[in-house]
Design a protein around this ligand. Structure first.
Ligand code: SF4
Length: 385
């Protein structure tokens, strides 16, 4: 199976990543000096575009004492590009069936939990229930990875049901073939979010021991397949805490982002930086990324790229999300349920991960306004599709 899937993975970033030296990058991170940081900050201040080596310097430990200066620049660039706005979205889980065995996830195939795949009637009910929660127009459709139950045909039906309710449809499901993405775009798919989880192959193998997700190249080149299919937006992310060296992982992700932007320049990109939560599987994060470190990482991405969307989910606390609003974050979820059918009913199905910010969408929106920002429920019209 691995050989077949390596073939269909196609050309892409996996070949570029193979030329990057993880250890050398980690070593360089540890040798950055105050002089290097000052030089990059002067470059950022002048408005010149930063390269991936500049990004490396900004996420190094040496940059930590410069966080205030970095934050001021991030605030300036975010205001210039996005104004005082936060785009609102909500996830809708349609299935928790999964063939993979990600060691950190409550939906892991080996976990003895009740499995659900929503029917189209249930999807309708979820859409209606979400609309009662708030004027959401950005929907993130999420599922476990079980192509035999939830493949392209199933998702085409889901998209057709959701389309009349929401203007912007994004999916976070298993990576697909280019042709499958094209079939989904035909029925209204606007964007895909996919987490590479980590760019370190040894850690990736340990954490993803079975299923399609164990094939590193298939997942990594999935972003190229999305780009070739012409998706409007691609979301990417690493799972902080999966392996100890999050700084090197972030440098690899920044390299990947720049690679995609150069090749698929019509596509917009978003960055997700979730921190691992304890799950039903009992997995404990291998490193705790502190609030200050996550702030540094977020701000470094804003300085590296003024246009990229940066999304914070309800995994983060209300106070941290509030504090990060002016410093680069442009998109937030609210009112999230992470179990299939969680809006229309109170299902027995297990949540994928614990939610930290459980405030209602209205409360989150009021909080955003109190901070002087405008919650934006609709930033795309289906007429553009
Ligand atoms: S992280 Fe995704 S692919 Fe992995 S077990 Fe959970 S639902 Fe399945």
């Amino acid at each position: 199976m691995r050989q077949i899937n390596d073939t269909v993975a196609g050309e892409g970033f996996a070949d570029v990543l193979a030329t990057l030296d993880w250890e050398a990058t980690a070593t360089r991170l540890s040798t950055i000096t105050e002089v290097d940081v000052r030089r990059v900050l002067a470059k950022a201040e002048s408005g010149r575009q930063l390269d991936t080596d500049d990004f490396l310097i900004l996420v190094s430990e040496a940059a930590n004492p410069f966080l205030e200066q970095m934050a001021q620049l991030a605030h300036r660039f975010t205001l210039e590009r996005f104004g005082r706005t936060i785009s609102m979205y909500i996830p809708m889980y349609v299935s928790n069936a999964c063939t993979n065995k990600c060691v950190y996830c409550g939906f892991n195939h080996d976990n003895d939990i009740s499995r659900t795949v929503l029917t189209m009637e249930q999807v309708h009910a979820e859409c209606k229930a979400i609309k009662k929660l708030g004027p959401f127009e950005n929907l993130l459709i999420v599922s476990g990875e079980y192509p035999a139950l939830c493949g392209v045909d199933y998702f085409r039906e889901v998209l057709k049901v959701c389309r009349p309710y929401f203007h912007n449809l994004t999916m976070e499901v298993q990576p697909m073939r280019q042709q499958e993405y094209e079939q989904l775009i035909e029925v209204g798919l606007n964007g895909v979010v996919c987490f590479q989880e980590t760019y370190r192959q040894t850690a990736y193998r340990e954490c993803h021991p079975r299923g399609m997700k164990s094939i590193f190249r298939w997942r990594l080149n999935g972003y190229d397949r999305m780009g070739r299919a012409g998706l409007h937006k691609i979301g990417m992310g690493i799972l902080l805490g999966l392996q100890p060296d999050w700084r090197t992982d972030a440098v690899m992700m920044a390299t990947h982002l720049r690679y995609l932007q150069r090749r698929y320049w019509r596509t917009r990109y978003s960055i997700n930086l979730p921190r691992l939560c304890p799950s039903e599987s009992g997995f404990q994060p291998r490193v705790v990324v502190t609030d200050r470190q996550l702030a540094q990482l977020t701000i470094a991405f804003r300085l590296f790229d003024h246009d990229v969307d940066i999304s914070y989910s309800t995994r983060e606390s209300d106070s941290f999300r509030r504090n990060m609003m002016p410093l680069g974050v442009t998109s937030m979820s609210a009112g999230s349920r992470t179990e299939p059918g969680g809006y229309a009913s109170t299902p027995e199905a297990l949540e994928q991960f614990a939610i930290t910010d459980s405030r209602s969408p209205q409360t989150v929106a009021a909080d955003i306004r109190a901070k002087g920002y405008e919650p934006v429920w609709k930033d795309w019209d289906s007429i553009f599709d």
